[in-house]
Write a protein that binds this ligand. Structure first.
Ligand code: ZN
Length: 226
């Protein structure tokens, strides 16, 4: 995924992204205007409002304004709000008028969402909407068109990405080790201690899940190392 970076200068961190952050999920927004992603990010950087977001996405691609390890002000849940302090914010452009440009922006946003999930080893249950944190009806047009439809687009992008080998180069037959830090299987059941640190063989790969031959269980990609 091609991402153009136009990052907030450190001199504006105090206004735009004052806290360091270990992100925990993605928060989806609609801009409610008809500006491009480039314009959306440069406006965000230029003004002195405590309003900020990590990515803006339009029909042409992705522009990043804040690094993923700093917080943004987007979720409307206050200075210590979970959304503001742990969410990676994506603004989908052209939502005011909608139409083909918005629809293309939404597809690109789904691809970006999938890319973030893959990089952090997260599943689709880590995708939230602004509305979840403050009750605001945002992402308005994405909600109008169907939230589960958006999540389906993310799931499709996730499997397309792994099918094309865009993720990590991992293949059936590879020898991998279960990280000692792993806690649950991809099925959410607890990983017993004897499995942690165990070396095993990849039997099957499905998106961000890997079936290990010896223990015959699905583990998350993020929980194994090659
Ligand atoms: Zn929003």
């Amino acid at each position: 995924m091609k991402v153009i970076q136009n990052l907030v200068p450190a001199s504006k961190y105090a206004i735009k992204c004052p806290y360091s952050m270990t992100p925990q999920f993605v928060v989806i927004h609609n801009t409610a205007n008809d500006a491009s992603a480039e314009a959306e990010i440069s406006y965000m950087i230029r003004n002195d409002n405590e309003v900020s977001y990590h990515y803006a996405v339009d029909d042409l691609g992705v522009v990043q304004g804040i690094p993923e390890n700093r917080n943004g002000w987007h979720a409307g849940d206050g200075g210590n709000g979970k959304g503001n302090r742990y969410g990676i914010a994506i603004e989908i452009c052209y939502s005011k008028s909608g139409g083909p440009k918005f629809e293309a922006a939404e597809r690109n946003a789904a691809a970006l969402t999938a890319d973030i999930l893959r990089r952090h080893g997260w599943g689709v249950n880590k995708v939230f909407k602004h509305q979840d944190f403050s009750g605001k009806y945002c992402p308005h047009r994405t909600l109008d068109r169907g939230w589960s439809r958006y999540l389906d687009m993310v799931k499709a992008a996730l499997s397309a990405g792994s099918a094309s080998g865009q993720a990590r180069e991992l293949a059936v037959g590879d020898t991998v080790t279960v990280k000692p830090s792993a806690t649950t299987y991809a099925t959410d059941q607890c990983i017993p201690d004897w499995v942690k640190g165990k070396t095993d063989t990849v039997a099957q790969i499905d998106g961000d899940r890997v079936l290990l031959k010896g223990i015959y269980s699905w583990v998350r990609r993020a929980d194994i190392k090659e």
